[in-house]
Design a protein around this ligand. Structure first.
Ligand code: BES
Ligand code: MN
Ligand code: ZN
Length: 476
């Protein structure tokens, strides 16, 4: 990706060089890729003639999903590619076109034949071209796709680049992506988009009344901070995005055991998601008044770390009993949400790698979202389906507030029973939101644990393309 994340060089935010070149607007010698389903295979064989047809039979090509054959001309030069679309719904996912970007040799290509969803095919190609090459040399001769007709290259690249930004931020390990570097990346994003920004850091968090952000982050040598950017016309509808920016989650004094800590560089995944989404919103010049908030901290262990049993004050004035220092995300988010809520936003959305329970409930492909706004549910579900960016509603089940009761404080931050862990976490967050017209929380995994055509194992964005489409529908 060659992404630029450090402060001095943030004029281009993310992977521009590498990614903008995986999709090109035209080419004088593009190799055709024939997309074909099993039912159209015979017709294609007739059209392409005996030599190609015989080769496809030799290779037992049946056009099952992602089957790919390279056809050479008499000189041994690549003449065309035949790509199977499969016959059932699972095989025909447009995102599977990403496997082309991974399988093909260098060169320019264009799609022909049964193009089922050109926009998603192009996006998938771009997503499949992603490589995290900050520390290791990777393939520098990736194939390029000529943009299918009728598509807007800016729109396609916006989605590809935002996803790449999310992946880069998550993949970068904490020694290069602590609060300091996350701040630099955030400022780079703000500057590139023409936003104004502000950072509240260290003890200033106490004087400016963000006690929970300070408490969670104070044990780290890299000071806690609240990052804020504001962009757009103040008269437009107010949209506030909040992202969990826990750059590393040791669990704190309730230290994570075994391999539960291994992936915790990804615990700033929520911050990465809102930064990717903000990049899309600013690039598209969406008519909103955008505020982005990222509490950036490291949940570290030291003699001054916050402890189980501590009672924290919060910005909102709610006292919070700590039962487990590993439930840190909801604390930093609570103060950030309370602050965002103070400007009475029309909509407030947070993304957070908040609970292991969300991962247990829905697995790594699909993120739960929670909202009190029923009209939003229909909108965002429709967008999730059309963008092939799956998210699914889970309930803000009010009776489970009982699991957050505390004998010594207004509220306990984590349920003692473990029942409905993702729901009780969402209910906790909801306590800090009062004025926002509409509020949505997404509990994202932030990581792709299996190799998929559109994403190899590593950091991954969930729901930002769906949420962007929903926002464009509302405000765009
Ligand atoms: N960052 C974790 C949640 C997490 C873990 C997300 C693994 C994705 C994969 C969060 O800070 C956490 O540790 N949550 C605890 C909460 C519990 C102590 C109430 C959890 O989910 O176990
Ligand atoms: Mn934790
Ligand atoms: Zn965490």
């Amino acid at each position: 990706m060659g992404v630029i994340l450090i402060k001095e060089t943030t004029s281009s935010i993310c992977g521009e060089n590498h990614l903008s070149s995986s999709i090109i607007s035209s080419s004088s010698n593009a190799t055709p890729i024939h997309l074909v389903s099993p039912s159209h295979l015979d017709a294609l064989k007739l059209e392409l003639g005996g030599r190609v047809s015989a080769w496809l039979e030799t290779k037992n090509f049946t056009a099952k999903g992602r089957q790919c054959e390279l056809i050479c001309d008499a000189d041994g030069k690549l003449e065309r590619v035949i790509f199977g679309l499969g016959k059932d719904e699972l095989e025909r996912l447009p995102m599977l076109h990403a496997s082309l970007a991974q399988q093909l040799p260098a060169g320019d290509y264009q799609l022909e034949g049964e193009i089922l969803n050109a926009k998603l095919a192009a996006i998938a190609w771009g997503l499949g071209s992603y490589q995290f090459n900050r520390y290791k040399k990777m393939r520098d001769d990736l194939p390029k796709l000529v943009l299918p007709e009728g598509l807007d290259i800016a729109e396609i690249e916006r989605e590809i680049k935002a996803t790449a930004l999310v992946r880069d931020l998550i993949n970068t390990p904490t020694n290069d992506m602590g609060p300091e570097q996350l701040e630099a990346a955030f400022i780079g994003l703000a500057e590139a988009g023409g936003a104004v920004y502000n950072v509240i850091k260290g003890d200033d968090l106490l004087s400016k009344n963000f006690p929970m952000i300070h408490a969670v982050g104070r044990a780290s040598a890299d000071a806690p901070r609240l990052l804020e950017l504001n962009w757009g016309d103040e008269n437009h509808p107010k949209l506030t995005l909040v992202g969990k920016g826990v750059c590393f989650d040791t669990g704190g004094l309730n230290i994570k055991t075994g391999n539960f800590m291994t992936l915790m560089k990804k615990d700033m995944g929520g911050a990465a998601h809102v930064m990717g989404l903000a990049q899309m919103i600013m690039d598209a010049k969406m008519p909103v008044s955008l505020q982005v908030l990222v509490p950036a901290v490291e949940n570290a262990i030291s003699s001054n770390a916050f402890r189980p049993g501590d009672v924290l004050q919060s910005r909102k004035g709610i006292s919070v009993e700590i039962s487990n220092t590993d439930a840190e995300g909801r604390l930093v988010l609570g103060d950030a949400l309370a602050y965002g809520d103070e400007r009475n936003p029309d909509m407030m959305i947070d993304f957070a790698t908040l609970t292991g329970a969300a991962r247990v409930a829905l697995g790594p492909d699909i993120s739960p979202f929670f909202t009190n706004d029923e009209t939003l549910v229909a909108d965002v579900m429709a967008a999730s389906m059309s963008e092939h960016d799956p998210i699914w509603q889970m309930p803000l089940w009010a009776p489970y507030h009982k699991y957050l009761k505390s004998k010594v404080a207004d509220i306990n931050h984590a349920g003692a029973t473990g029942f409905a862990g993702a729901v009780t976490a969402a209910l906790f967050l909801d306590k800090f939101v009062e004025n926002a017209n509409s509020y949505m929380h997404l509990d994202v995994y932030g990581w792709q644990p299996d190799n998929k055509p559109w994403c190899s194992i590593g950091g991954e964005a969930f729901g930002i393309r769906a949420v962007f489409a929903m926002l464009q529908h509302r405000y765009g």
